[in-house]
Ligand binder design. Structure first.
Ligand code: UFG
Length: 329
């Protein structure tokens, strides 16, 4: 079956492309390369340079390749940038997704797996966070993703377009089998910043806030290996292709680790005693985010297999060591 993967040259998208191939699907990558990397797409995968805003072209590609379903990653995804430049997020994420849905409708494609985020919950009222928790995003990025979820629900109601929205917690790690990994510019995520410090590309890593109401005073997050995320996309796709109903699922390991714990593990795994400094809190960071992934475990049989902190950090370390400048070197 032919699956159009928008943003398939990005970090999570490229890992999902690998999992799709392993599971017998034919991925077709659709990416405008604004942040994606051509090198992240395997040579035997059809790569289309295109924009989700281009409804006619996207529809044409869906018809030409007889697309059975779409997995939609293409989006802007930096929380800080979304607050400084909301226009970009409403345009790329909300309007871009609307255009993609219109292209799908035009081409008669009626199944979509959507890349959502834990940022739709904002500051949680309780942890672990279930899918029924209050949706009150505290940043524009999270709001843009929530708006798309609502759009998907309306398209389902009116046009029978079935969707699965996957709310990721902290995606991390890299493929153990293919030479792909995380390469954002600018980089803002904790694990790549830690590892770039360990390899000497950066001088130091900062802990943002040491006065949170947690055991060691630093923020706790739920780190989920990108290969476990990838597996969940294939399960979601299979669910939809079997005629399953639209669903929303959290994707997390259900374990929380503090910033200090991540730094300590990275020091152990890399065997480098890199420089760590303490800084003030970063605006908008909730103290603790831990998922309940019970729903997808019980409904789709998803089991995270690679999300121990050791495996997350060691696979990411392998990628960073081989690519000190990301895909550019
Ligand atoms: N952190 C530091 N120092 C850094 C970078 C991050 O201490 O240099 C801390 C943050 O304060 C946070 C934790 O490390 O407590 C993780 O930060 P990341 O930026 O790696 O990830 P976030 O938890 O902020 O963001 C992730 C996803 C977003 C998503 C959000 C949902 O990357 O896409 O979860 O809340 F929106």
């Amino acid at each position: 079956m032919n699956i159009l993967v928008t943003g398939g040259a990005g970090y999570i998208g490229s890992h999902v492309v690998e999992e799709l191939q392993k599971s017998g699907f034919t991925p077709i990558v659709y990416d405008n390369f604004s942040t994606g990397h051509e090198e992240a797409v395997p040579e035997d995968v059809q790569l289309i340079e295109g924009d989700i805003h281009d409804v006619r072209f996207a529809k044409h590609i869906m018809e030409q390749f007889k697309i059975d379903a779409v997995i939609h990653f293409a989006a802007s995804s930096l929380v800080g940038e979304s607050m400084a430049n909301p226009s970009k997020y409403y345009f790329n994420n909300v309007e871009g997704s609307l255009h993609l849905l219109e292209a799908m409708r035009g081409a008669g494609v009626d199944r979509i797996v959507f890349s959502s985020t834990a940022a739709v919950y904002g500051e949680p009222e309780q942890v672990p966070i279930t899918e029924d928790s209050k949706l009150q995003p505290t940043n524009v990025y999270g709001r843009s993703k929530l708006m798309i979820e609502k759009m998907l629900a309306d398209y389902d109601m009116a046009y029978d377009m079935r969707y699965v929205a996957l709310r990721y917690f902290n995606a991390a790690g890299a493929s153990p089998t293919r030479d792909i990994g995380e390469d954002h510019n600018p980089e803002s995520h904790l694990i790549p910043l830690i590892l770039k410090t360990a390899q000497g590309v950066r001088k130091q890593v900062a802990i943002f806030g040491t006065d949170y109401p947690t055991e060691d005073g630093t923020c706790i997050r739920d780190y989920i290996h990108v290969c476990d995320l990838a597996k969940a996309h294939v399960l979601a796709l299979q669910h939809l292709l079997k005629g399953g109903a639209s669903r929303v699922y959290n994707l997390g390991s259900e374990n929380g680790f503090s910033v200090r714990q991540m730094i300590d593990s990275a020091k152990k795994i890399t065997a480098v005693d890199f420089t760590v400094v303490e800084e003030a809190r970063r605006a908008g960071d909730p103290a603790v985010l831990i998922a309940s992934s019970e729903r997808i475990r019980s409904e789709l049989g998803w089991v995270p297999e690679h999300s121990s902190v050791d495996e997350v950090i060691s696979t990411a370390w392998k990628w960073h060591k081989g690519h000190p400048q990301g895909y550019n070197g």
